[in-house]
Design a protein around this ligand. Structure first.
Ligand SMILES: *Cc1c(COP(=O)(O)O)cnc(C)c1O
Length: 455
């Protein structure tokens, strides 16, 4: 059961099928353009969407809003330094600001960053400074149905080869994303992290953690990795941070705050370079674009997020939804993670070709039938067409992501999601595809316009 009770509530919008049909037509079938008050269950993202605790709220009331040297900063720094062990800590307003500042300070144009899988803003920030972002997930990651426990791992053989052949482009950093968000929210094992750190040390390349979901990764390690069963998630997280040379963090995930992030580093010179850029573009080094109250709420969130009772329930509720979805006959990417479930829309809707977007069709059905908002991760997100709309490239898989906000929805909300999916799975052939009517050349999924195919 949930290890908390509910003290403050927020009504959720209840809509009729006709209202949802009109809303979807009005936004040209782009779920990003819906108003949030047209959505009943919002599973678009787990970023900044969590519920804060009474302890976080009261920590925020104690926030010190001094421009420099606030009490909030020193409290925050003490908590984060105990967790991570990094001597240099810089707050930032969210994860991508931390990425931009670190990569601008660390990378020289023409070099390469290697990762188990770069998150999309992480990749963008590597490319923006003229570097190449290379993903080398482990081979097990490619099989969506494989029950392998650590499909977030990096391919160590490929990493060793890249590190031994740096003539063309030097490797400036290895980024380990825990958990591997782009790779289906799969965890990285501590063994894989240790061996990556060894390889990096041997080749004098810094290893950086993209730690947005460090606590969820640590939980899955304590559950499934031999030798770690007797450790607490907090102990595993402490070990992971100390293995790396530094981290970038989006606290909107495992900081359980609505806004916030940070950079942690061991190297004092690199930290100084970052600090200069931080002051010029985010804010003074003791607030980094955040209010004092934000720092206090983040510090408290970082303490709560490794609580075993919190993580056990988060895993349990995700597992509950995963099982109900499987029972309805819909396949998900296995094994089920904690922060999101990925529906295999391509397999559920085989009659819809990639260029009519089976993932998007399923996402629209979830909204039309249940008021549920999700995110397509398939050929709408990753595919390409020529100017006449003929497909050039489709995505390897047609997926829909149901992101699970922290401490927000209960089992009955998720039962509604599963029941909606079950109603779709009863007669999948009645679901039709979509065609694009207007799109922009970059990040098209945010602003795309569509219409039902054949209309
Ligand atoms: C969300 C996320 C980021 C970017 O963080 P923002 O706070 O959204 O800027 C970076 N890496 C990973 C793995 C993420 O999930």
């Amino acid at each position: 059961m949930e290890p908390y009770r509910i003290k403050v509530v927020e009504p959720i919008p209840l809509t009729t099928p006709q209202q949802r049909e009109e809303a979807l037509r009005r936004v040209s079938y782009n779920l990003f353009d819906l108003r949030a008050d047209e959505v009943t269950i919002d599973l678009l993202s787990d970023s900044g969407t969590g519920a804060i605790s009474a302890a976080q709220l009261s920590a925020g009331m104690n926030g010190d809003e001094s421009y420099a040297g606030s009490r909030s900063f020193y409290r925050w720094r003490e908590t984060v330094s105990e967790l991570t062990g990094y001597p240099h800590l810089l707050p930032a307003h969210q994860g991508r600001a931390a990425e931009r500042i670190l990569f601008t300070s660390l990378l020289t144009p023409g070099s390469t960053v290697v990762s188990n899988t770069h998150f999309d803003t992480t990749r963008a920030n590597v490319e923006l400074v003229g570097c190449q972002a290379r993903d080398i997930p482990c081979p097990e990651a490619k099989d969506l149905d494989s029950p392998h426990r650590f499909k977030g791992n990096i391919d160590l053989k490929a990493l060793e080869q890249i590190l031994q052949n740096q003539q063309e482009s030097p490797v400036a950093a290895v980024v380990m994303t825990i958990t591997n968000n782009g790779g289906g929210g799969q965890p990285v094992s501590m063994e894989n992290l240790h061996r990556t750190a060894d390889l990096c040390r041997r080749h004098s390349v810094p290893m950086i953690l993209d730690a947005a979901r460090f606590a969820e990764n640590a939980w899955l390690v304590t559950r499934h990795e031999p030798g770690y069963q007797d450790r607490t998630p907090r102990q595993v997280a402490e070990e992971a941070f100390r293995l790396a040379d530094g981290c970038i963090m989006s606290a909107k995930k495992d900081g359980i705050v609505h806004i916030g992030g940070f950079i942690g580093l061991k190297d004092p010179e690199l930290a100084q370079k970052c600090e200069r850029l931080l002051i010029a573009t985010e804010g003074f080094a003791t607030y980094g674009g955040l209010a004092g109250r934000d720092l206090d709420m983040m510090a408290q969130g970082l303490l709560e997020v490794t609580e075993p009772s919190y993580l056990a329930e988060r895993a349990d509720i995700a597992g509950h939804l995963a099982q109900r979805i499987r029972d309805a006959g819909v396949d998900i990417v296995e094994p089920a993670g904690l922060h999101a479930l990925y529906l295999n829309a391509g397999r559920l809707l085989p009659h819809i070709p990639p260029h009519q977007y089976p993932g998007h069709s399923l996402a629209c059905q979830l909204y039309l039938r249940g008021g549920i908002r999700s995110a397509e991760l398939g050929s709408l997100y990753l595919g390409e067409e020529d100017e006449h709309g003929n497909p050039i490239k489709s995505a390897p898989y047609e997926l829909v992501r149901l992101a699970l906000p922290r401490r927000v929805y209960t089992r009955s909300h998720y039962d509604h999601v599963a029941a909606t999916l079950a109603s779709i799975a009863k007669d999948p052939s009645s679901v039709h595809g979509y065609r694009i009517t207007d799109q922009s050349p970059i990040l098209r999924h945010f602003s795309i316009k569509l219409a039902p195919a054949g209309v």
